[in-house]
Design a protein around this ligand. Structure first.
Ligand SMILES: [Zn+2]
Ligand SMILES: [Zn+2]
Length: 264
């Protein structure tokens, strides 16, 4: 499997992706908003884009579908419940479906509600798994829930699915929000030395054209939404929510963090 992360350079800071089979040269474009960049890169590499995957229905993920399909004839894959919110879906995906790219690439569909209620992530079936996670998981952060999602479901997705993946899993999110998200983690947990060191490094060197690809192990150190049992996170949360119980559940901590992040 070959993965190309494409920085769109737009105001929403979207990342698009091409996943290619090195044997056949067939490729899948994930959320190809900047279809011109995606098409240009595929042409440079000699790849044929035969499929498009939309992680979810928001316009900054689906906006490139039409011109991309016109240019390539690619078929469109998305969550099976997105058929009323995304035009022209050819394949509706459910949890456990396997998507093939060319001869050598297999991607497992995960049903990951929370940011929206019809959001899929794809997990590559490779020695080191790659997670194409749209707006569910960001580097050092989590998707918001005000565009049709629910924080309770986002918590379930994090705790039941993302948290259970191999620690080596590489994270390929839909946006470049890492520096803001690290600032949030440090606001919640000022003593987080991993987050502080990474933020300092990124302030000097951040280049979204060659973005850092984190692993889930790293996310568990730097992402407040995976640090729900940290005494420092809980103590600081109590300053904002004095009614927080002495021993809050991971769910309560996640929901409160998500609420704080909305105004932060
Ligand atoms: Zn979105
Ligand atoms: Zn988005």
């Amino acid at each position: 499997m070959i993965v190309e992360q494409i920085w769109t350079g737009n105001a929403y800071r979207n990342f698009n992706y091409l996943i290619a089979c090195p044997e056949s040269g067939e490729a899948m474009a994930i959320d190809p908003l900047d279809y011109e960049k995606c098409l240009g890169l595929a042409k440079d590499r000699g790849w044929e884009i035969t499929q498009i995957l939309n992680t979810h229905e928001h316009g900054d993920h689906t906006g490139g579908n039409k011109p991309m399909i016109e240019a390539t004839g690619a078929r469109l894959l998305a969550h099976k419940n997105a058929k009323d919110s995304i035009d022209g879906i050819d394949v509706g995906l459910a949890a456990g479906d396997v998507v093939h790219v060319g001869r050598s690439v297999e991607l497992l569909a995960l049903d990951t509600p929370g940011h929206t209620m019809s959001h899929v992530c794809l997990l590559s079936q490779t020695d080191t798994p790659g997670l194409f996670c749209g707006d569910t998981l960001f580097n050092a952060g989590a998707g918001n829930c005000h565009g049709g999602g629910h924080p309770e479901q986002l918590y379930e997705t994090f705790s039941q699915q993302l948290n259970e993946l191999p620690e080596s899993t590489l994270v390929y999110p839909g946006h470049d929000y890492i520096t803001n998200n690290l600032e949030f983690t440090l606001d919640r947990e000022p003593g987080n030395s991993s987050a502080a060191a990474l933020l300092e490094d990124l302030k000097a060197n951040h280049d979204p054209d060659h973005a850092l690809i984190t692993s889930l192990a790293q996310e568990k150190e730097i992402n407040a939404f995976f640090r729900l049992t940290s005494p420092a996170v809980i103590a600081r949360l109590r300053e904002a929510f004095p009614d927080l119980p002495d021993d809050p559940s991971a769910r309560e901590v996640f929901i409160k963090l998500r609420e704080l992040r909305n105004q932060w």
